[in-house]
Design a binder for this molecule. Structure first.
Ligand code: EPZ
Length: 421
């Protein structure tokens, strides 16, 4: 089992390049492999285990996928299978993205129910609701989702759930609607940058989607989609993570390949906490000349503060000069990292959907355990700021969403070693 040994007291200085966006490339690769009648080429694809897992799922359905550096070559599927088996889908929730495209392309799908994970139950009722609105018959039996439809018929729907818009359901239903008969209007659509990138990719394939970036997506169905070439947007959450890493070590890091439009709420909260952001056309310089200030953060769908940055901002606020409050409104159980940070000397009191963070002067290295990819990232960041050595276990969580995290951080002055222990 691999671990990361993080020597503390390092100040990060230099340039960190941001890789392609994990949560964009996953649905885009699905669309390319299943919906396209021609091959597609995807550039700026990060080297992540989630991408490797999804590639296995798509190859299991009949796709031919080749990788050269950060480019994926996805050949059209000649004999598309309609079943995505448990042994593959259980590894990654995003495998559920094949459901809508398979029904749209083949008229049927059999997909294993995706597992939950450490951040709470991960229902898919909105995915099912959306496909049923399009005329699919969907049933769940023995851990599998069966969906079928002679043809999908465009309609109006509202996909808002009790926790707001659903990124996954928006992606699934939007992809299915591209090949439906007639027009589909999706109200309550997610507006995350990766949903917009997926919509731009679908339109480059010949789809006809309007309202990109808004909460109302209008999809005019077309007969077929062609292959295309696309460069995936940069990863907003990876960028935000590295910005926090610079701030928590009081470093001076240039995070390259991100725009302020991708991370409005992250930028606003970092500045409110006393971090200085100096933007230029290609990225942002992150310095923290003064004491970190306590702030309150509430996670929300885009353009709100992303839940995928909640652990990272919590780590930073552990060292603020006062008490901060974080409210997690998107996932129901996403404070597991608080206990691990407390092992490092933090003073965090989770209380339902809120966590009270009482700032402390310093953190101390300790053995800690990653519970999901963002929790793992914050433990590495806290370890770099802490006195002494931090050993982060269950590193496989981190590798799902961060490309060679220790390599990128060591290039700017961190002291992190990956060991097999
Ligand atoms: C995507 O997950 C991301 N994953 C998650 O990132 C991210 O935390 C989440 O969106 C929110 O931004 C990928 O894109 C691969 P949702 P997803 O559907 O689509 C509830 C990471 O760190 N809900 O937007 O599963 C759900 O329980 C990962 O990269 C329903 O109730 O999230 C949650 O409370 C972790 N019914 C809320 O909506 C449904 O059918 C938002 O979930 C679907 C979701």
């Amino acid at each position: 089992m691999e671990k990361l040994i993080v020597k503390g007291g390092t100040k990060l200085e230099g340039t960190i390049p941001v890789s392609g966006c994990k949560n964009a490339v996953l649905p885009i690769a699905v669309a390319a492999a299943i919906l396209g009648d021609g091959g597609s080429v995807l550039h700026n694809v990060p080297n992540l285990t989630d991408v490797t897992t999804l590639r296995a799922v798509l190859e299991g359905l009949g796709a031919t996928i080749k990788r050269k550096n950060s480019t994926l070559y996805i050949e059209p599927i000649n004999h598309l299978e309609y079943e995505a088996p448990y042994e593959l889908v259980r590894k990654m929730r995003a495998s559920i993205y094949v459901l809508g495209p398979l029904v749209a392309k083949l008229g049927k799908a059999k997909v294993s129910f995706p597992g939950g994970c450490a951040i709470g139950p991960r229902p898919i009722d909105l995915h099912i609701r959306g496909l049923e609105h399009l005329g699919a018959e969907v049933m769940v039996e023995k851990g599998y989702i069966y969906a079928q439809a002679e043809s999908l018929i465009g309609t109006e729907m509202n996909l808002i759930g009790q926790h707001g818009p659903s990124v996954g359901a928006t992606a699934n239903v939007m992809m299915a609607a591209t090949l439906a008969q007639g027009t589909t209007v999706i109200r309550g659509a997610a507006r995350e940058p990766h949903i917009s990138d997926l919509a731009h990719f679908l339109n480059a394939m010949g789809a006809d989607i309007e309202g990109i970036g808004t909460s109302v997506l209008t999809v005019h169905g077309v007969k077929q989609l062609r292959g295309t070439e696309h460069t995936v947007i940069s990863d907003d959450i990876e960028a935000g993570t590295f910005m926090v890493a610079s701030a928590i070590t009081r470093g001076d890091v240039y995070v390259k390949g991100i725009t302020p439009q991708q991370i409005p709420a992250i930028s606003e909260k970092l500045v409110a906490a006393g971090v200085e952001l100096d933007w230029d056309a290609n990225g942002v310089r992150v310095t923290t000349p003064h004491e970190l200030q306590p702030i309150n953060v509430t996670t929300a769908p885009f353009p709100g503060f992303p839940t995928d940055m909640q652990a990272q901002i919590m780590g930073l606020l552990c060292l603020a000069a006062g008490t901060s409050v974080i409210t997690e409104n998107v996932h129901t159980d996403r404070f597991i990292h608080a206990a691990e940070l407390n092992r490092m000397g933090a003073n965090i009191v989770p209380d339902g959907s809120k966590a009270i963070i009482n700032g402390v002067p310093k953190l101390s290295g300790a053995p800690v355990m990653a519970s999901d990819l963002r929790a793992g990232a914050v433990l590495v960041a806290a370890g770099m700021a802490a006195a002494g050595e931090t050993v982060v276990s269950r590193v496989y969580h981190i590798d799902r969403g961060y490309e060679c995290i220790e390599k990128k951080l060591n290039n700017v002055g961190a002291n992190i070693t990956r060991v097999n222990a």
